[in-house]
Write a protein that binds this ligand. Structure first.
Ligand code: SF4
Length: 308
């Protein structure tokens, strides 16, 4: 398939089917786009939307977030998951204030130097906030390209040089077209060319998709299941929920021992949820130590609390 044709097909589809998301509005600031990119890492749009609105109302500029303690960012992250993103966003806001006069920088290299911005995030902000010609490669884009171009059921387990090269090769040379291509391929992967059940009948690429033409071959490896129940991540999430709602530091004995009396106002339900997981003492301790090491929580003389 000629790339021009591919670009045209996706452009037309995107114009008709793209979701109306606030961070795609022409009024959205680069900071709004940056916050959305951090929140959307490994998190679906529906869960991000309400929190994004809240954050942008409370912290409309990087300086507003940077002026508050990092613990407020973690507390406001709520149950979005992977709360280290809140700390990194707070640190990125502080760097924007101290190094870029409070304005989100517009070049990939400067964005890449911000805390928490990897290749994907830096390219996405440069592309979507500043119209730069950058190759954006996320899971959705990799899956569409794996199927439509390479005839594979799934992208590789981790980004390979070949996938990056293909993505660069497919990127339109015109910057505005490149931005549309990034957004439309990502949207196609999110809405149509989904991981488990691609809706090929609704896909603008159906007539030229290599995976479909080759009879939808099975994946070339067995993807790992993402179990959640009983994992350290689940226990960490439950610990964070206690710290978010407690009005006072929570003694670690209360966090680690289901039988301990707890003095933390407002945290009873969250504590019961934590201990209903029936994590053993070593898992609880490991999860708590992990939060302290990651600076998502801090130990004070009175107990454990969100960072000040
Ligand atoms: S035809 Fe199906 S597999 Fe191919 S790109 Fe479209 S949705 Fe994905």
């Amino acid at each position: 398939m000629k790339h021009d044709n591919l670009h045209q097909l996706l452009d037309t589809w995107f114009a008709a089917h793209a979701r109306d998301l606030p961070w795609r509005s022409p009024d959205c600031t680069p900071w709004g786009i940056m916050v959305s990119e951090f929140m959307l890492q490994q998190t679906p749009v529906a869960r991000v939307l309400p929190l994004w609105q809240e954050w942008l109302q409370r912290w409309p500029r990087p300086a507003d977030l940077a002026a508050e303690p990092s613990g407020e960012a973690v507390r406001s992250w709520g149950r979005l998951g992977y709360p280290r993103r809140a700390l990194r966003l707070h640190a990125a806001a502080a760097a924007i204030v101290s190094e870029h006069d409070g304005e989100v920088p517009d070049s990939f290299d400067e964005l890449l130097r911000l805390p928490g911005a990897g290749n994907y995030t830096a390219a996405a902000i440069a592309s979507f906030a500043f119209g730069k010609r950058e190759t954006v490669v996320d899971t959705n884009i990799r899956r569409v390209q794996a199927r439509a171009i390479r005839g594979r059921a799934l992208p590789e387990p981790a980004l390979t040089a070949a996938e990056s090269e293909l993505a660069r090769d497919l990127l339109p040379s015109d910057p505005a077209a490149a931005v549309r291509w990034n957004a439309s391929t990502m949207e196609l992967g999110a809405l149509v060319c989904t991981a488990k059940a691609p809706k090929c009948g609704q896909c603008p690429l159906l007539g030229s998709c290599r995976w479909v033409a080759e009879g939808r071959p099975e994946p070339h490896y067995q993807p790992k299941g993402q179990s959640w129940h009983g994992t350290d991540r689940q226990v960490r999430g439950a610990l964070m929920a206690v710290l978010r709602v407690s009005d006072v530091p929570v003694p670690s004995g209360v966090l680690l021992d289901p039988a301990a009396e707890h003095p933390a106002a407002g945290a009873g339900t969250a504590l019961r949820k934590l201990h209903s997981l029936q994590a053993d003492a070593s898992q609880l301790e490991r999860a708590l130590n992990g939060l302290l090491q990651d600076r998502l929580a801090e130990q004070t003389a009175d107990g454990v609390q969100l960072p000040g």
